[in-house]
Design a protein around this ligand. Structure first.
Ligand SMILES: [Fe+2]
Ligand SMILES: [Fe+2]
Ligand SMILES: [Fe+2]
Length: 321
């Protein structure tokens, strides 16, 4: 194994754990409902999304393939204080893994990145401990959605609409982010990332609805169409948009709840827009001769700047509504 490959393997493991942390923390934030604590946890999830983005960029720079698989998510626990203990434990695992990777890696640029991430993880560790104390001091407050839900509140048909939506949104977030990571044309990649951020909003809106009804949304994705030339990636993205546009359109007719109809219609309109954006991008790569470029080549050219100074939208914009 050459040195680069060893580093790539470590960064891929770090990506899987960042992905798991994002899902775990978002689930806890959704379940806490509207509260200062939920906002703070969403802020921590946004940090983890930036980490995911930077790790993927570093992997691509080294000639590797970003890993969209997910590490272990801990959704056990009886309530908010118990959840915070599990988040503290997740941060402890992250801190120890980044320390090990820092000790094993000599590349100064990668070390700088991991040190930057590690300082966030140490801060998160303290944040989750403080959140745990806050929740304990507040006693029953904030009222979590777990208390609000009853088995009869949620119609299975409504839940099915919401849950199908979450599954779609989670799938395309991962797919568009990956396509952004490996897309040779930076401008095309940036547009993909912008749409991924919009899909994250959709996932948040739908998940919060589910959390209000039943507690935790199920966060599983369906098949990802990751590989291919730039044109093939965009064709897969257009296909995903057109398919979900049809599903949401049908659901708007079937739903009785007016607020939910409005929400799904808003999301559906965004999907219509995404399909049009991707059609334009496809035309662009086809006319500029980039359509058949292999996507497994290193693509990033902005190495001179540290990730935090790049004037790009990052995954971190996720929950900013
Ligand atoms: Fe963290
Ligand atoms: Fe969406
Ligand atoms: Fe979309």
């Amino acid at each position: 194994m050459n040195n680069n490959q060893a580093i790539i393997d470590m960064l891929r493991a770090d990506m899987r754990d960042e992905h798991a942390a994002i899902v775990q923390y978002l689930q806890h934030a959704y379940a806490l409902g509207e509260s200062g604590e939920a906002c703070e946890i969403e802020g921590i999830a946004r940090d983890e999304m930036r980490h995911l983005d930077w790790l993927a960029e570093a992997i691509v720079d080294l000639g590797g393939d970003p890993d969209m698989k997910r590490g272990v998510v801990d959704l056990e626990g009886a309530g908010p204080i118990d959840w915070m203990a599990r988040d503290v434990a997740a941060e402890e695992r992250a801190i120890s893994q980044y320390e090990q990777h820092l000790a094993a890696i000599d590349d100064p640029k990668i070390k700088r990145l991991l040190e930057r991430i590690l300082s966030d993880e140490r801060a998160h560790h303290g944040d989750f401990e403080a959140l745990s104390d806050e929740l304990a001091a507040e006693g029953d407050h904030p009222p979590t959605v777990l208390e609000a839900r009853t088995a009869n509140d949620a119609s299975p048909a409504v839940l099915d609409v919401l849950q199908t939506g979450v599954e779609h949104e989670y799938t395309v977030i991962l797919q568009y982010l990956y396509h952004n990571f490996v897309m040779p044309d930076c401008e095309v990649g940036r547009e993909l990332e912008m749409q991924a951020i919009n899909e994250m909003q959709h996932m948040g809106w739908l998940s919060e609805e589910i959390a209000d009804l039943t507690g935790h949304p199920r966060m599983e994705h369906s098949r990802l169409e990751l590989k291919g030339s730039p044109a093939e990636m965009l064709q897969a993205d257009i296909k995903a948009e057109k398919a979900v546009e049809r599903v949401y359109t049908r659901q708007i007719d079937e739903l009785d709840d007016e607020d939910l109809k409005v929400l799904i219609a808003r999301i559906r309109d965004h999907e219509t827009y995404h399909a049009a954006v991707f059609e334009d991008l496809l035309e662009h790569v086809e006319s500029s001769g980039e359509a058949g470029t292999q996507s497994d080549e290193p693509v990033r050219t902005d190495e001179s700047k540290p990730p935090e100074s790049q004037q790009r939208f990052t995954v971190g914009s996720l929950m900013k509504k």
